[in-house]
Design a binder for this molecule. Structure first.
Ligand SMILES: C[S@@+](CC[C@H](N)C(=O)[O-])C[C@H]1O[C@@H](n2cnc3c(N)ncnc32)[C@H](O)[C@@H]1O
Length: 260
């Protein structure tokens, strides 16, 4: 992996060209991504694997953050819970998303959150009283949705960057995965915090009739990708729940840490 290495301009140009071509070829795919079906499959109930992620994130944010952070969430899709989890500590949350359908869905959710997010909110409140004072509807005051791609170089650096099931769930190409992780880390400022969740060993997933690709990742690979660029990184293995979300993955990996 060549993440963040000082590579030659030639290699950078080739990678950028490759990713631009991939973007052109796959752009239409994300317009076929149906957020209603995706949410029905993943978030209408608070699943054990997400519960475990929340168990880790809520105390981590409380310990490490005091508030007023500029936050970026990449590939937000229709998932509100990472935004809910960071919101007490954020002054702004930019959501970078490629799909117009997901942007429309997210915009509607921010204006009128569906009831299923209440279970996430109640669970966060049970772990930290701070969340009791935050209504989900207040999220829209801080969130700015930006249409764009993780495969393009970030133009600014954030205090906190987050990415839930994006870099490994948008491609089966090692290079695209690598570029996505590279840009993710680059979008944090020096000593900034990053939080990333990955499906482990995913062989792709279906949203309705459409199959979406994945790049299979595991703790060792993520360690090689991220460790050289971090002051600190902790990796958590989230075991596959007794009732998994679907076939074709072995669990999840959650990374929290600080960039160099
Ligand atoms: C598997 S979904 C994850 C959604 C959500 N973050 C979650 O936790 O469930 C992948 C998301 O990445 C978005 N996406 C795909 N390609 C992207 C790109 N090049 N840049 C930014 N987002 C992208 C998709 O539209 C989709 O919302």
């Amino acid at each position: 992996m060549s993440l963040l290495s000082d590579e030659s301009d030639d290699k950078y140009t080739t990678d950028t060209l490759f990713c631009t071509l991939c973007l052109i070829m796959t752009n239409h795919l994300w317009e076929l991504f149906d957020p209603e079906i995706y949410v029905r499959d993943n978030y209408v109930d608070l699943h054990d694997e997400d519960r475990r992620i929340i168990d880790i994130l809520v105390p981590y944010f409380e310990k490490k953050l005091s508030g007023g952070c500029r936050v970026l969430d990449i590939g937000t899709g229709p998932n509100l819970y990472p935004l809910m989890a960071i919101s007490p500590y954020a002054s702004t949350i930019d959501c970078l998303e490629i799909s117009s359908r997901n942007i429309d869905f997210l915009t509607r959710q921010l204006h009128k959150p569906s009831v299923y997010w209440n279970a996430f909110s109640a669970y966060m409140s049970s772990l930290n009283i701070r969340y009791k004072k935050r209504s989900i509807a207040r999220l829209r005051q801080n969130v700015v949705i930006r249409k764009g791609s993780i495969l393009k170089r970030p133009d600014k650096a954030y205090d906190v960057v987050m990415m839930f099931f994006c870099a490994e769930s948008i491609t089966s190409s090692a290079l695209e995965f690598e570029v996505a992780c590279d840009n993710f880390i680059r979008s944090a400022k020096p000593k900034g915090m990053f939080v990333a969740a990955f499906m482990e060993n995913s062989c792709g997933y279906s949203v309705g009739p459409i199959h979406f690709p994945a790049y299979p990742v595991h703790k060792k690979l993520l360690e090689c990708v991220f460790t050289p660029h971090c002051d600190s990184v902790t990796m958590y293995h989230i075991p596959r729940a007794k009732e998994p979300l679907r076939d074709g993955y072995t669990g999840m990996v959650l990374l929290v840490g600080t960039k160099k």
